[in-house]
Design a binder for this molecule. Structure first.
Ligand code: ADP
Length: 300
């Protein structure tokens, strides 16, 4: 049995229904979306755990039940009194989606407050997956604590996988964001950035520049996503490129990158060579963006 631990924040999603003024509750969040797709793609020889924190209220109960129903392990999710889970609301105005967030009382901000818990959650796992959003929500000391736990995990033979997922509005400043992302890349074996964001915040002229920057930080494997554009791959010094199949109709790009990450990791864990894993990842992401919402049931 191999174990994968995804680390981060799952939130309540309020999405508009077809009835004016009415919203449907769902659960989503970048690292949870990846865990959700991993669980669907991998067989019973793999355990997918989520490392996070929630409150002790009814909506936290509901979130845990959702994760358990999806087959995601919740043993590493702490239940903290007096806090709850983060929430975001999607609003549609003239066909354009906008998002409002409430995450000030989110228990997930404390997911890395206890080093012993972190070590126990990672103990014996094969892969630890986290993102720039995971880092952004943590207090400074806890961010350092999480990176230190991941470095220890890596030194003991674990594989650390990181999606920078740059979200400037979650950070004090763009400088803090880019510095923290660079530090996180230094403890990561595999980095899965999206070029467009990286170009905006790191000034990368092209995907090759994004690739070079993360290789320099110490990653063995870098896969640079680029929307519908060519995906650039480097593993142990060998560079290759894969072009995603063009999507006929793009309905909703939410979770394109998250599902890509899951497709990639699932194929690698199933023994596929890296280029095939990227082809599989792009095929999954290409299907996800052709339906509404983050989580698309995928029976293959
Ligand atoms: P993110 O959602 O994290 O910003 P990207 O936009 O780079 O990530 O997309 C992730 C992956 O989703 C891409 O590498 C590609 O495989 C797939 N994808 C995204 N947009 C398209 C598109 N318009 N057509 C086909 N594939 C797409």
């Amino acid at each position: 049995m191999t174990r994968i631990v995804c680390i981060g924040e799952c939130m309540v999603e309020l999405a508009p229904t077809n009835t004016e003024g009415s919203y449907q509750i769902g659960f989503a969040g970048d690292t949870m979306n990846t865990a959700w797709y991993l669980r669907q793609l991998l067989g019973s020889a793999h355990q997918v755990d989520y490392l996070s924190a929630v409150g002790q209220d009814a909506i936290s109960d509901q979130m845990l039940a959702f994760l358990q129903d999806a087959g995601i392990g919740t043993g590493s999710i702490q239940r903290l009194p007096g806090l709850t889970v983060g929430l975001y609301m999607i609003q549609l105005q003239d066909g354009e989606r906008s998002f409002s967030y409430w995450r000030g009382q989110s228990a997930a901000r404390l997911l890395a407050s206890d080093p012993a818990r972190l070590a126990a959650a990672l103990d014996g796992a094969e892969i630890a997956f986290f993102s720039g959003i995971t880092l952004a929500i943590l207090p400074d000391d806890d961010r350092a604590r999480l990176l230190s736990a991941l470095a220890t995990f890596r030194a003991a033979g674990g594989t650390v996988v990181f999606d920078p997922n740059l979200r400037p509005r979650l950070w004090d400043s763009p400088q803090t964001m880019t510095a923290s992302i660079s530090t996180a890349a230094e403890v990561s074996d595999t980095v899965l950035p999206s070029h467009e964001d990286e170009a905006t915040w790191f000034g990368d002229a092209d995907p090759d520049a994004t690739l070079a920057r993360y290789l320099k930080a110490g990653a063995r494997t870098v896969v640079v996503k680029n929307g519908p554009g060519e995906i650039l791959i480097s593993q142990d010094g060998t560079i290759s490129r894969v072009r995603p199949v063009a999507a006929t109709t793009v309905v909703d790009t939410t979770a394109a990158g998250d599902s890509f990450n899951a497709g990639f990791l699932a194929s690698r864990l199933s023994g596929e060579p890296i280029d095939q894993a990227v082809i599989d990842a792009a095929a999954l992401a290409g299907r996800v963006i052709q339906s509404r919402g983050a989580l698309m049931p995928c029976t293959e």
